[in-house]
Design a protein around this ligand. Structure first.
Ligand code: ASP
Ligand code: MG
Length: 402
């Protein structure tokens, strides 16, 4: 059972979580719980590391930002003990959750489960701190923001758990963000592949890495509410779903920025030069289009990057302006990526047509397009985000009846 920040945001909430854990223990299960820090805590801790020193050592950043989870595991263990449930807290190094030494974004390498399994056998609930691990040199690491979902899935895989239940402040995975489309519908089931596309294209419900890990290790994943006792959404293999819709969900991300290089030489090696320079500087490029420019022998390349990486991208490209011989570098942050995702689009024609004609009817211009086997993404003006998501939701027949 994994509980996120809002689920353990107050002492009252932590007591409510203890009751939920007790109910599962009483039903005869062995339970390992993974918790996040209280909501808002990690942001505050990150802020403090910045204030203490803009150029700080990432090892010390991890010492500070991992501390939020130390508080919640202790509090939840106390709350459980107080209602008669045997429980013990586990920090990352105590488990141990071994990671590499990429501080602030560490990857899990292995998990020692022997000690925890022995305690579970004795009927003790294990309450593990999410988001943190330990590197080979014994320093504390963190897994990157939102990392406690990944901690939970990794622990479930290592323990050979029957299921990994992610309790959160929404009651499942919806066809799109219910805050902007009130007619969004809760899905009973979704495939790992679809969940991965939705998460990596802006759906906030699960950390992308946790879904990839669940898929790799075959961990049965359920997303459900920690506030209401309702069935959630099961993330499952494709053969467990009878598909109906060509599109299962729509995601959007305003975390995007667009870069256009105008008037590049149209000759072999130019794109290679652009994108290897960006890669060397750790800029992740997402969507790409190349078009013929008005002048002969010239071409334009437009691509999208994460908003936070825009400055870096434009600085490095300006640095090689002479080498690349382009006319102009244009950037914009007023963009949004909207993606429609569905396994069934592999076998159902017409998804692109529906998507593009719906946007055209609303007068929304498409700036960049990219596709995968089960997804079509478009980059559009940010002011059209809600309109686009809402009209696509209707066009693909996803609106709820009520
Ligand atoms: N507390 C960490 C964060 O806010 C990890 C998590 O909540 O998943 O990023
Ligand atoms: Mg989270």
């Amino acid at each position: 059972m994994k509980f996120g920040g809002t689920s353990v945001g107050t002492i009252e909430r932590i007591k409510a979580v203890a009751d939920q854990v007790k109910a599962v223990v009483d039903a005869g299960h062995q339970v390992a719980v993974v918790v996040s820090a209280m909501s808002g805590t990690t942001n505050q801790l990150v802020q403090w590391t910045r204030e203490a020193g803009a150029m700080h050592d990432a090892r010390e950043y991890d010492v500070v930002v991992s501390s939020g989870e130390q508080v919640t595991v202790g509090l939840l263990a106390i709350a459980l003990q107080n209602i008669g449930v045997e429980a013990r807290s586990w920090l990352g190094w105590q488990v141990a959750m071994h990671t590499d030494n990429i501080h602030g974004g560490a990857r899990i390498e292995s998990i020692d489960t022997e000690a925890m399994l022995a305690r579970l056998e004795q009927g003790q609930v294990a309450v593990m701190a999410g988001f943190q691990g330990v590197a080979e040199d014994n320093r504390i690491t963190t897994l990157g923001r939102g990392g406690s979902d990944t901690s939970a899935v990794a622990l479930a895989a290592a323990l050979g758990a029957d299921r990994c239940d992610i309790y959160t402040d929404v009651d499942g995975v919806y066809t799109t963000d219910p805050r902007i489309v009130p007619k969004a519908t809760k899905l009973d089931k979704i495939t790992f592949e679809e969940m991965l596309e939705l998460a990596s294209n802006g759906a906030k419900v699960l950390q992308t890495r946790s879904v990839a890990m669940a898929m790799r290790h075959g961990v049965k994943l359920q997303v459900l509410s920690s506030f209401e006792d309702l069935p959630g959404t099961m993330v499952v293999n494709e053969d467990e779903i009878m598909e109906k819709n060509s599109v299962s969900g729509i995601a959007y991300s305003v975390d995007e920025a667009k870069v256009t290089l105008v008037g590049l030489d149209d000759k072999p090696g130019v794109a290679a030069n652009v994108f290897s320079t960006l890669a060397d500087n750790n800029v992740n490029v997402d969507m790409i289009v190349q078009t013929a420019a008005s002048a002969p022998g010239k071409t334009d390349i437009t691509f999208s990057v994460n908003g936070a990486e825009l400055d870096r991208a434009s600085t490095v490209l300006q640095g090689i302006k002479d080498e690349l011989n382009y006319n102009d570098l244009l950037t914009s942050e007023d963009v949004c990526k909207v993606s429609v995702v569905g396994m069934a689009m592999r076998s159902q024609p017409g998804v692109a047509r529906t998507m593009f004609s719906t946007l055209a009817e609303k007068g929304i211009n498409i700036e960049v397009i990219s596709t995968s086997e089960i997804k079509i993404s478009v980059l559009i003006g940010r002011e059209y985000t809600e309109l686009a998501v809402r009209s696509l939701h209707t066009a693909f027949g996803l609106d709820s009846e009520s």
